[in-house]
Design a protein around this ligand. Structure first.
Ligand code: IMP
Ligand code: MG
Length: 190
């Protein structure tokens, strides 16, 4: 697995530092008097990619919270470009009147957040905020407003810290790029 890495883009120490900074900002925005009415939040990680980021982030959020789960597929198999986002499953509970914080690993075309945001809005929440660990410099990303961003990164395919290629490499602790020959998968031109 480690022999597949081309270079480390963001080492785990920098990720941990930035996660704590994001958590401080989110905590301030979700504590009274910033948050009116209901003070509990519902955290919604978009699975599977946001799993590790979310697990680290919420342990630095001293807020009353529930967790709703949503699984979305956009890069099935050996894809390094979006194939369109699709909801695979959900376990969200009752979202009426709740303050939601939607968490994703990376913002690329914006298709995933757009789809998920519209699904959640239909459930009558009090508010919906969004948080992504990474953002690519794409037109779609620029057109997609997000409330919290960890890092702006170059337009390269990255894995690790939850992000995958063909469902692999999620357990790498750093965010890395892969050697080019590994990404010459079949499905981007299909
Ligand atoms: P979007 O829908 O194009 O904004 O892409 C968001 C989703 O695509 C993320 O939730 C990731 O699962 C996946 N994705 C986008 N870029 C990458 C990448 O560089 N590596 C791994 N997954 C990615
Ligand atoms: Mg994802």
């Amino acid at each position: 697995m480690h022999g597949d890495i081309e270079r480390v883009l963001i080492p785990q120490s920098r990720i941990a530092e930035r996660v704590r900074e994001l958590a401080r900002q989110i905590t301030a925005d979700h504590s009274p008097p910033a948050l009116a009415g209901e003070s509990e939040v519902t955290i919604v990680p978009i699975l599977t990619g946001a799993m590790i980021f979310c697990a680290d982030l919420i342990r630095h959020l001293p807020l009353p919270m529930r967790i709703g789960l949503l699984a979305v597929s956009s890069y099935p198999g050996q894809s390094i470009r979006t194939q369109g986002s699709r909801i695979l499953g959900e376990q969200l509970g009752d979202l009426r009147g709740r303050h939601l914080l939607l968490i994703d690993d990376i913002l690329d075309s914006g298709g995933t957040l757009k789809l998920v945001r519209s699904l959640l809005q239909e459930r009558g929440p009090a508010s919906v905020k969004t948080c992504v660990l990474l953002r690519k410099p794409t037109e779609g990303a620029r057109a997609t407003p997000v409330d919290y961003v960890g890092f702006d990164i170059p337009d390269e395919f990255v894995v690790g810290y939850g992000l995958d290629y063909d469902d692999l490499y999620r357990n790498l602790p750093d965010i890395v790029t892969l050697k080019g020959h590994l990404l010459r998968g079949k499905s981007d031109t299909e």
